[in-house]
Design a protein around this ligand. Structure first.
Ligand SMILES: Nc1nc2c(c(=O)[nH]1)N[C@@H](CN(C=O)c1ccc(C(=O)N[C@@H](CCC(=O)O)C(=O)O)cc1)CN2
Length: 289
């Protein structure tokens, strides 16, 4: 048996095409262009690339992009002052602060300074609370992308046994909340979980978001299960080149056991940016009332 590989890039391209139509209709109806402000602090090469892709995609689908690239030494107070300005800027409907931030800046203080209705990353404590209590929320982009992929395969997820490997505020916890809202039976596993392979083997849906290259082995997977690999891990470079990117799942081994699996790259990653732009349009709709 060989699993069906889920093409996240093609799925995300389809979402972006649909969004382009939705943005055109929104602009016509409201005579207003949705705007997304992206803030990056420092010179982390990966962050610079992600921010560039976000800005490019924003413009491609007809929205406005406002880029703020700040020096590594930017103080937390200056960053907070910028966020306050963006919170009250009427042309900005979504605000995103690219992570990771430099170590001298407190992530939580910055993320919670973003107005919840403009928090298109869905990281604000208000949005996390709204998601956890079943209220309408801006949902973190990576879990939202994973859920859309899962629903495209299974339709109704009710009653399925789901295991989320990883308990971060950004992926693991919101992913578990989303699966619970779909009436899955959800387990969150982490570094202190006993018999991790056994727990994974019981899952119809396995979401790996642990940040450890190729940790999930083929014999951890229930035959026919759907495996969503959120990990993006760069292996050390060989021969002076760029290191290969791999997920949290041993893809070759998993392929022989799973029913469906996302690859890395080309699986969940491209969905993240498409979901960010979905959130930006949603935020603009909510803000105009
Ligand atoms: N404020 C945020 N910061 C970060 C987030 C986030 O959602 N909000 N997520 C990541 C980075 N990220 C988006 O910001 C992101 C990561 C990866 C991809 C992607 O498409 N990856 C490709 C592979 C890329 C490569 O080859 O280097 C893939 O998986 O196919 C998109 C977005 C951390 N920070």
């Amino acid at each position: 048996m060989s699993a069906e590989v889920i093409d996240g890039k093609a799925f995300a391209d389809g979402l972006l095409r649909a969004l382009e139509d939705d943005v055109r209709a929104f602009k016509k109806e409201h005579d207003l262009v949705p705007g997304l402000a992206v803030v990056v602090v420092g010179h982390d090469p990966a962050s610079q690339i992600y921010v560039g892709s976000k800005a490019r995609r924003t413009v491609e689908i007809g929205m406005r992009s406002y880029e703020h690239r700040l020096e590594e030494a930017t103080s937390e107070a200056d960053l907070l002052a910028l966020i306050r300005r963006l919170n009250s800027a009427p042309e900005v409907h979504g605000i995103l602060v690219q992570l990771p931030l430099p170590p001298h800046i407190d992530d939580a203080a910055v993320l919670d300074a973003i107005a919840p209705e403009k928090d298109v990353d869905g990281f604000h404590v208000i949005n996390a609370g709204r998601l956890a209590t079943g209220q309408s929320a801006l949902v973190p982009c990576t879990p939202s992308g994973c859920l859309q992929l899962l629903k495209s395969i299974h339709g109704d997820l009710a009653g399925m046994r789901a295991l989320v490997l990883g308990r971060s505020n950004i992926v693991g916890k919101p992913m578990a909340q989303l699966l619970l809202a779909e009436s899955c039976t959800v387990t969150i596993a982490h570094s202190r979980t006993r018999d991790l392979p056994g727990e994974c083997r019981r899952a119809d849906i396995l979401v790996a978001a642990v940040g450890r290259p190729r940790m999930v082995k083929g014999d951890w997977i229930k035959p026919g299960a759907t495996v969503i690999d959120v990990g993006i891990n760069r292996l050390p470079a060989v021969d002076g080149g760029k290191g290969k990117i791999v997920g949290d799942v041993d893809f070759e081994e998993a392929l022989a056991v799973a029913g469906h699996i996302t690859p890395v790259p080309g699986g969940v990653g491209p969905m993240t940016i498409a979901c960010l732009l979905q959130n930006t349009l949603k935020a603009a709709r909510v803000q105009i009332g």
